[in-house]
Design a protein around this ligand. Structure first.
Ligand code: F6P
Length: 255
């Protein structure tokens, strides 16, 4: 803690927290772009935070992505998390298997000895398919769970990078560019003012559910994400705790 104090990290956490108007910011030392172990540190902090915040029978919605997935090793059984229910925040299978929400929740639940819920759907649904799906009992159940979510754990990505990762069509990529999308989180795309400019038509947690959650943990770092993080937090859910790294924090604060 003394080291963090001396190196100015504590002051940076405070500055970022005020700048974004959120609950808390935790900065780990180093640069995730340069050093693979930094992502593990992000995961460790996030896992500890989740353990602290959980109260017992929590419904915890979790997104995919490598940053969130890095929490896995630091989650342990015989904690309050053993009574939790880990819910895949999105049904889409756009991500690489290891990092998609469905895989991540099953791994988290195994680590904690907890329950989990998955939902496997194509990432891009046509309007008809989406409308038809919404009334399926299994989907309704999932939406009911989203409505009761206590804690949300999510990643944040750069918009164009996410569109590529999701194999979005050329038209969709063009559309995102035209709309000035720079950030992405839980299926929503945001412009540099933090306004939603696009939303994926897939079954998943909605912003209104995230808004209602008691706690939100966001894990994101990397110089390629600085713009995205800054944009997303223009309008982000106030109860968010951001976990990032020193290099990203420096980049944001120097702007
Ligand atoms: O696809 C799930 C997701 O959480 C996105 O919403 C987010 O933009 C991305 O993953 C972050 O991924 P990573 O942590 O691998 O950069």
């Amino acid at each position: 803690e003394l080291h963090r104090e001396l190196s100015g990290i504590v002051a940076m956490e405070q500055q970022l927290k005020e700048m974004f108007g959120i609950a808390r910011v935790i900065i780990v030392t180093g640069d995730a772009d340069q050093d693979m172990t930094v992502k593990q540190q992000l995961g460790k902090e996030a896992a500890q935070m989740l353990q602290q915040l959980a109260k017992g029978k929590d419904q915890i919605a979790v997104t995919g992505g490598s940053s969130v997935a890095s929490m896995k090793e630091y989650l342990t059984a015989n904690t309050v998390l053993s009574d939790a229910n880990f819910i895949a925040a999105r049904g889409g299978m756009g991500d690489e298997m290891t990092f998609q929400a469905n895989t991540v929740v099953s791994k988290f639940a195994k680590r904690c000895g907890a329950k989990y819920r998955t939902l496997f759907l194509p990432e891009h649904l046509s309007e008809q398919a989406y409308e038809a799906m919404k009334d399926e009992p299994i989907i309704k159940e999932m939406i009911e769970l989203y409505e009761q979510v206590d804690i949300v754990v999510h990643g944040i990505g750069a918009a164009q990078e996410m569109a590529l990762r999701r194999n979005s069509t050329y038209e969709e990529q063009q559309l995102l560019e035209q709309k000035g999308a720079v950030a992405e989180a839980f299926g929503y795309y945001f412009n540099k003012n933090g306004d939603i400019v696009h939303h994926l038509r897939t079954i998943g947690i909605q912003l209104e559910h995230v808004n209602k959650a008691q706690h939100v943990i966001a894990i994101a770092a990397g110089s390629n994400k600085a713009v995205a993080i800054q944009a997303y937090f223009k309008n982000a859910v106030k109860q968010t705790i951001l976990i990032t790294d020193e290099q990203t924090a420096n980049t944001i604060l120097e702007r």
